[in-house]
Ligand binder design. Structure first.
Ligand code: RUQ
Ligand code: CUA
Length: 651
């Protein structure tokens, strides 16, 4: 490490400290609109204008927030079990967590991304990546429920994901931490040249949304950090930022900050399709899980897959190019016209913007500045569209409006800057509290941004709210971007650590939001569609209770003949067909969480009683004036008892 490096680092740290001090000092001087309260006020009984979907980061979930009010509407559990509704605890949902290393009940969820049609969010699905156990999940936005999770093989830390192409032909994945491919035992010191980075294209079925790994592209062992796909003229391309082009394997804060420029990788996915069709790819052994909720039964099912299609750029010309990009870029974002590729060079105070049309011209002219592992490096000067000088410190991510402005989050100086794609000059800046990561404008990464609100997603909260011990909530701030200058409207705490977020006009989702499950369509193998049909069956040591719930009783509510050593499955069908009448079910001694059964749905709770006795079960959701009466008893006899199975309701 050079002395210069240390100085730069020291300046960075000092600036961070100074940023916090300045920001805290300026706390009351922040640009809060004088009529902020009325602009975010959604009167009782009124509804918000936008849905926002915020990742939960290390809580593994996604939260749904209304804008402009900042009210949390729902947590959608994705990669982590959720005791509130039994996701990951019910027998129907456990398979959603299967992976090649067995069930994994947690992940670090970073980037929600809405499905798109013609470059505009269409409100059908939202995808989110799992970083630690590389996965992508799909949430159905008619149900606001996770319906599919696919594991990504040959990958370490799926961070640059799951950004979608303009018509959601693909969602992408990538390796933040390069790894041996295929995985094997080898010295870590042999990283350079031997570890690989996979970029993965997951196809999305246009009608049903089902995901499938179409192909992977094997790349040099850099750290692929973020991505965004092109739109309009650049729609056939996806762009991945990378750092650690030094291929360091230790003390990356120093060793991966040596090169003046790292790369944005440009991938032509249409070309990849062609190469695959021409037989240029190879099938590589792999082992990964694909978990899908069966729409008819409501039960998640796992398929293990044992091979993956891999393309080596050496066997497919014109597939990938490197765009030199200053200093360890973090985000990479494409403007609504598809012409500008804007990286967030987090260690550079200058933002260098790439031009897509110049990129194509440079490729055409073979205007290269050498290559890395055979992949052409384009000449920086030939592809640069413009540079924003003295932008800010620590630029991370960008969103766009329809007026040719870019909004950049600046982590170190804790601000959002607004700059013009025409003049490449900063036209406005607003302090945020504190240390912003991502930012989000509804539609702000699509071809149709809304020029209304910007949400700043801040990493450090400090003094913004009442103290809650050492652990504080992360924070979002709502900023009005409709006028010439940005104006602060609202602070609100978030759940987990929101990284990226998405926003969409509410009217695009409201119509399709499902209110109940049609009981007539319920094809769950243990569904019970009327109280006449309830029963209890024994199959060896398994006891299956076919149970129903309706205000305000379970049928049956008296069960006898269970024995110690049995595994009991309560398959509860909620017979209600009215919106917002779930029933919950829990029994004393169960090891899983309660199940919360929606109208017309069947869910299963597992119970392994350990001691003889009589155990109560009850409804966990206050569903009627007689909710407290919604209870029952299960009798457990010794293992050698010969008490026959019996069940009843009201006798
Ligand atoms: S990354 S800020 Cu996944 Cu920027 Cu979070
Ligand atoms: Cu059903 Cu409370």
């Amino acid at each position: 490490m050079t002395i210069r490096r240390w100085i730069v680092l020291a300046i960075g740290v000092a600036a961070l400290a100074a940023g916090l001090v300045v920001a805290q000092g300026a706390r009351n001087a922040a640009r809060v609109a004088s009529d902020a309260a009325s602009r975010v006020y959604v009167a009782p009984g009124e509804q918000d204008e936008f849905y926002a979907f915020l990742s939960g980061g290390f809580n593994g979930q996604m939260s749904v927030v209304g804008l402009p009010s900042g009210r949390t509407l729902k947590t959608i559990p994705v990669f982590s079990q959720f005791g509130e509704n039994g996701y990951g605890y019910s027998e129907e949902t456990k398979a959603m967590f299967n992976t090649s290393v067995g069930p994994v009940y947690w992940d670090d969820a970073h980037h929600p991304e809405l499905s798109m049609t013609d470059g505009v969010p269409d409100g059908r699905w939202i995808f989110i990546n799992g970083n630690n156990t590389p996965r992508i999940a799909r949430i159905d936005l008619s149900l606001f429920e996770t319906v599919e999770i696919i594991e990504i093989p040959n990958t370490g830390g799926n961070h640059p994901s799951p950004f979608t192409t303009s018509n959601s032909e693909y969602v992408v994945a990538g390796t933040r931490f390069s790894v041996p491919v295929p995985q094997r035992d080898m010295p870590i010191a042999d990283y350079e040249g031997n570890f690989k980075g996979m970029l993965t294209f997951v196809s999305v079925d246009p009608d049903h949304g089902e995901m499938d790994i179409a192909f992977q592209i094997i790349m040099p062992g850099f750290d692929y950090d973020l991505s965004h796909c092109g739109k309009g003229p650049s729609a056939d391309w996806c762009f991945f930022s990378s750092y650690n082009s030094e291929e360091a394997h230790t003390l990356l804060e120093v060793n991966a900050s040596q090169n003046d420029k790292d790369f944005v990788t440009a991938v032509n996915w249409r070309r990849a399709e062609q190469c695959v069709a021409d037989g240029a790819a190879t099938e590589m052994p792999a082992n990964y899980a694909h978990n899908l909720k069966n729409e008819r039964t409501g039960i998640a099912e796992t398929t293990m897959i044992d091979s993956v299609t891999v393309l080596d750029p050496a066997n497919c010309s014109d597939l990938v190019y490197f765009l030199p990009t200053p200093k360890s870029p973090h985000g990479v974002d494409v403007d609504p016209t598809g012409e500008y590729i804007v990286p967030g060079g987090k260690l550079s105070a200058t933002i260098a913007v790439h031009s897509f049309s110049k990129m194509l011209a440079a490729i055409e002219a073979q205007d290269f500045d050498g290559d890395a592992y055979g992949i052409p490096i384009l000449n920086f000067d030939s592809i640069v569209a413009g540079q924003v000088e003295r932008a800010c410190l620590g630029p991370l991510h960008n969103e766009f409006d329809t007026r040719g402005n870019v909004y950049t989050s600046c982590f170190i100086t804790s601000e959002v800057i607004k700059w013009s794609l025409e003049s490449f000059e900063v036209v406005d800046r607003i302090p945020v509290y504190y240390s912003i990561g991502h930012l989000m404008i509804p539609g702000g990464d699509s071809m149709d941004p809304e020029d209304t609100y910007l949400l700043a997603l801040n990493k450090i909260t400090k003094d913004r709210y009442l103290p809650t011990g050492p652990e504080l909530a992360h924070s979002a701030q709502l900023i009005d971007i409709s006028g010439n200058t940005m104006q602060m409207l609202l602070d609100f705490p978030t759940l987990g650590e929101p990284h990226y977020a998405q926003g969409i006009p509410a009217e695009k989702l409201v119509e399709n939001s499902q209110r109940i499950f049609e009981l007539a369509d319920n094809e769950h193998p243990y569904a019970t569609k009327s109280e006449d049909a309830v029963k209890v069956e024994r199959d060896g040591n398994e006891v299956h209770v076919y149970m129903t719930s309706i205000r305000s009783h379970f049928a049956p509510d008296v069960i006898e003949g269970i024995k110690v050593g049995d595994t009991v499955y309560f398959h509860v069908t909620n017979l209600e067909q009215d919106w917002d009448v779930p029933h919950g079910f829990a029994i004393q001694g169960m090891h899983d969480a309660n199940i919360l059964i929606m109208p017309g749905q069947t869910l299963t709770a597992k119970w392994e009683p350990k001691q003889p006795g009589v155990y109560p079960f009850y409804c966990t959701d206050f569903c009627s004036a007689l909710h407290q009466e919604m209870q029952g008893y299960a009798r457990v006899s010794p293992a050698d008892s010969d008490i026959a199975l019996a069940w009843s309701l009201g006798n």
